[in-house]
Design a protein around this ligand. Structure first.
Ligand code: G3I
Length: 490
């Protein structure tokens, strides 16, 4: 089964807002029915198809070296519909010496994106970082010409090939003052309007963005960005959007994010989450991953509730590609995919937030208040499960699939140790699993708990999953038994 990208003409804002408010309650049962019934539902469980059904995109950053990793590109092309080059369109790559341009690395990303049906966010034209030293050492009276020439040459090269440009990247300090970089020093605050006008002249159809970090919530920096955008709009400067990078720390998504993005949208610009990640102090516990799932879902929901939010991009495909461990010692695990490109709980939470999952609850355990581990278990509880419920969702591509299975203890006793039995449809062969071991790889299989998720208190749920090869039948198993008892579905 292949997952086809469905292109929507434009975000349908009113419909999207309606979806956002209704999604958590009304659609779960309907979606579960669809997903269990056939292919249309299965297609909705990729990030991009679920996002597109909401009128938004779901993107990732990719670097040139990523393109030679076939596991990575298979996830990228099946899950994401927007690409931001991680480094390849920055000034130090594209114009390493004055007037000498190198677009080969960026071109490779564009070619990959085009061949995979993905659009491209151009990143970036003017930034204080990854700036070659010849620019920063120019005499002040030559900086404007160098900046305009760089913008014109690069934006012309990629004309018609990029959806948008981050024209000026990270212009502000955290206190809301403009960064005293070479551009500001030479031209004052007017360099921003000049950069936008120059980019617009080169590629009138590209959406032109200002992009920054720590502007996701309402604070001094976002207030300054807001005032800048308001001023640019009032002067008729071509600006189409503001990018909220969203490099978050676990549990610290600002509560004002949706309201903050909405005030920008009210100025008449689009908004986008452009570089989402959520770093965790390593090693990441299952509770950390549950919090991360909640954080990712919050960000996606924030975008869906804002009428001008056009999409969300993660910074890198998986934890192996993330800049976080290199920049923040002791931190990592910041993306939706682990180091082996297996989806983490955050992936399930995002699919669910986008309305594409059969799961009606958080994919991570939420023990009930009454379920103290010592309250009810006894040796006889082990192996004698109470009632159980299973919700599963499948995401498939040409010859592969992932399946996530959420097991809920619907009984009144704690389950201590579990085995879930089910039969894989013909042609499916498990190649890897997460939060469980599965044996054998085909036919009737047994999925067993790992050391950290064997205890399921009454009402608690755990999500496990697997990746499999498949030969055309990517349907879910017909039934599941937990410790010998048949589970209900839903
Ligand atoms: O290319 C050199 C290589 O020759 C050398 O051997 C190696 C040794 O360190 O460095 C390589 O350059 C690195 C470059 O990425 C390409 O891999 C730089 O050291 C490294 O600092 C640079 O990091 C990039 C960072 O921007 C620079 O600020 C990250 O990959 C990139 O993901 C990151 O992206 C930024 C966004 O553009 C803007 N927002 C923040 C985001 C995260 O920092």
């Amino acid at each position: 089964m292949s997952v086809r990208t469905r292109r929507l003409p434009q975000p349908r804002r009113a419909q999207r807002a309606l979806f956002a408010t209704a999604a958590a309650t009304a659609s779960a049962v309907t979606l579960a029915t669809l997903l269990l019934a056939g292919q249309a539902g299965a297609a909705n469980t990729s990030l991009k198809s679920a996002a597109e059904a909401k009128g938004v995109y779901f993107g990732t950053a990719l670097t040139q070296s990523n393109l030679s990793n076939s596991t990575l590109t298979s996830v990228a092309s099946s899950q994401f519909d927007m690409v931001t080059p991680g480094n390849e369109m920055k000034w130090d790559t594209t114009e390493p010496s004055n007037g000498s341009y190198n677009f080969a690395p960026g071109d490779q990303i564009v070619t990959y994106a085009q061949s995979s049906g993905m659009r491209v966010r151009g990143h970036n034209l003017v930034w204080h970082s990854q700036l070659p030293s010849w620019v920063s050492s120019l005499p002040a009276n030559q900086v404007q010409a160098a900046m305009e020439s760089h913008i014109t040459t690069e934006a012309t090269h990629y004309k018609g090939k990029v959806y948008s440009w981050d024209v000026v990247n990270e212009p502000f300090n955290d206190d809301g003052t403009l960064r005293q970089d070479v551009f500001y020093t030479a031209m004052g605050s007017g360099y921003i309007a000049d950069a936008l006008r120059t980019a617009h002249a080169a590629d009138p159809n590209a959406k032109l963005y200002l992009n920054d970090y720590n502007i996701e919530g309402e604070n001094a920096k976002s207030n300054a960005m807001y005032s800048l955008v308001q001023s640019l709009k009032s002067q008729g400067v071509p600006i189409d959007g503001v990018g909220f990078e969203s490099h978050f720390i676990l549990g610290q998504v600002p509560t004002t994010m949706a309201a903050n993005m909405q005030r920008f949208a009210a100025l008449g610009v689009n908004v986008a989450v452009t570089e989402l990640d959520d770093r965790i102090q390593l090693p990441a516990s299952s509770a950390n991953l549950a919090q991360q799932a909640s954080d990712f879902a919050t960000v996606v929901n924030d975008c869906l509730t804002v009428s001008g939010c056009v999409g969300v991009s993660q910074w890198g495909v998986g934890d192996a590609d993330s800049w976080i461990p290199g920049a923040f010692s002791g931190y990592g695990a910041a993306t939706m995919y682990d180091g082996n490109y297996q989806p983490k709980p955050a992936y399930n939470a995002v699919v669910a937030a986008l309305g594409g999952s059969t799961s009606t609850s958080s994919p991570t355990p939420t023990p009930s208040a009454s379920a103290s581990p010592s309250a009810s278990p006894s040796p006889s509880a082990t192996g004698a499960a109470g009632p159980c419920k299973v919700a599963d969702s499948v995401s498939a591509w040409n010859t592969g699939m992932t399946e996530n299975i959420t097991i809920t203890n619907t009984g009144s006793s704690t389950i201590n140790g579990w085995s879930l039995r089910f039969t894989l449809p013909t042609g499916q062969t498990v190649t890897s699993a997460w939060n469980t071991t599965i044996t054998p790889a085909t036919g009737p299989v047994t999925s067993t708990n790992l050391s950290y998720n064997g205890t399921l208190a009454p009402g608690a749920a755990i999500t496990i999953g697997f990746q499999a090869n498949q030969t055309g039948n990517a349907s879910a198993p017909g039934s599941f038994t937990l410790n010998g008892s048949t589970c209900s579905r839903g």
